[in-house]
Design a binder for this molecule. Structure first.
Ligand SMILES: Nc1ncnc2c1ncn2[C@@H]1O[C@H](COP(=O)(O)OP(=O)(O)OP(=O)(O)O)[C@@H](O)[C@H]1O
Ligand SMILES: [Mg+2]
Length: 260
């Protein structure tokens, strides 16, 4: 089980309060989207849940306090894909994805055939098999984004934290990645927490959403409950229209200004 329960999470960065007591809960095996305008604190919240940022309050993953987990144990429980990963340009795609297996290696750190198979399968799932020997420095932005996801899948953690996982991807690869994550969620019981700027995509994939504004959760619930025209207009300062996709999920459109 890898659900998340966070109560009163507060984070300060360089002594500046960024999160002001955020509560949120994610049922094991569900997909939760964290939405909000730039600077709202979405990435900060994900980093706190990933256990890589000091926080006050409580964050439990699978019933265990994140702050108290040893790094190796934490990496078996939580896979985190940052918004802007720093990649070693000299490393090959295959080597990098195999790093995802590090928390599973035994005392001597030797890879087994199983570890290589899991990494190979992750490459395959993200259309990267042909790139295994390519250096990371020679990959496009979208290809690199898929490599980082492949590494996270190779980690086989129960909780996947994805910070804007589709920003660099073309339409086909966006769908491939989101469908793949959703399939893993439904077949293997993975719990997913992702930030997503595309509200319509969030509405398609997430079971529940939290709208974060100025470091506080201002709304949470299903897409229909959270994504109302008034609320989005208010918090994003945008002219938008919310339509229905025909299956009860909201689709959020920008409305063009008057121009000249
Ligand atoms: N090291 C830091 N010191 C001070 N403030 C910081 C630091 N890092 C981030 N911030 C501020 O914290 C706030 C939240 O940042 P965060 O990256 O969590 O936002 P976000 O919601 O992910 O935004 P985006 O949509 O642009 O990705 C921002 O106002 C940012 O400027
Ligand atoms: Mg961010």
């Amino acid at each position: 089980m890898s659900g998340v329960k966070a109560v009163g999470v507060r984070v300060a960065l360089d002594r500046k309060p960024i999160l002001h007591g955020v509560d949120f809960a994610v049922a094991s095996g569900s997909w939760h989207a964290v939405l909000g305008p730039n600077g709202a604190g979405k990435s900060t919240l994900l980093r706190a849940v990933a256990g890589i940022l000091p926080y006050a309050g409580e964050i439990h993953v699978g019933g265990q306090s994140v702050a108290r987990l040893a790094a190796k144990h934490r990496a078996r429980l939580i896979a985190y894909v940052p918004q802007e990963p720093q990649l070693p340009g000299d490393m090959t795609v295959g080597e990098y994805v195999r790093l995802g297996r590090t928390p599973h290696l035994g005392y001597l750190g030797v890879e087994t055939r199983d570890d290589r198979a899991v990494a190979g399968r992750a490459l395959e799932r993200l259309d990267l098999t042909g790139f295994a020997t390519r250096r990371l420095g020679a990959m496009s932005g979208g290809e690199r984004q898929r490599v980082v996801l492949a590494r996270a899948l190779a980690q086989q953690a129960g909780l996947l934290l994805l910070d804007e996982p589709t920003t660099a991807l073309d339409l086909g690869h966006q769908q491939q990645v989101l469908d793949l994550v959703d399939e893993l969620r439904s077949t293997e019981g993975l719990t997913v927490v992702s930030t997503l700027h595309d509200l319509s995509i969030a509405a398609q994939y997430a079971d529940e959403l939290t709208l974060l504004v100025g470091g506080q959760a201002v709304a949470r619930g299903t897409a229909r409950e959270v994504l109302t025209e008034e609320r989005i207009a208010e918090h994003y300062g945008a002219r938008i229209r919310v339509l229905d996709d025909g299956e009860g999920r909201p689709v959020v459109h920008l409305v063009r200004g008057k121009g000249r």
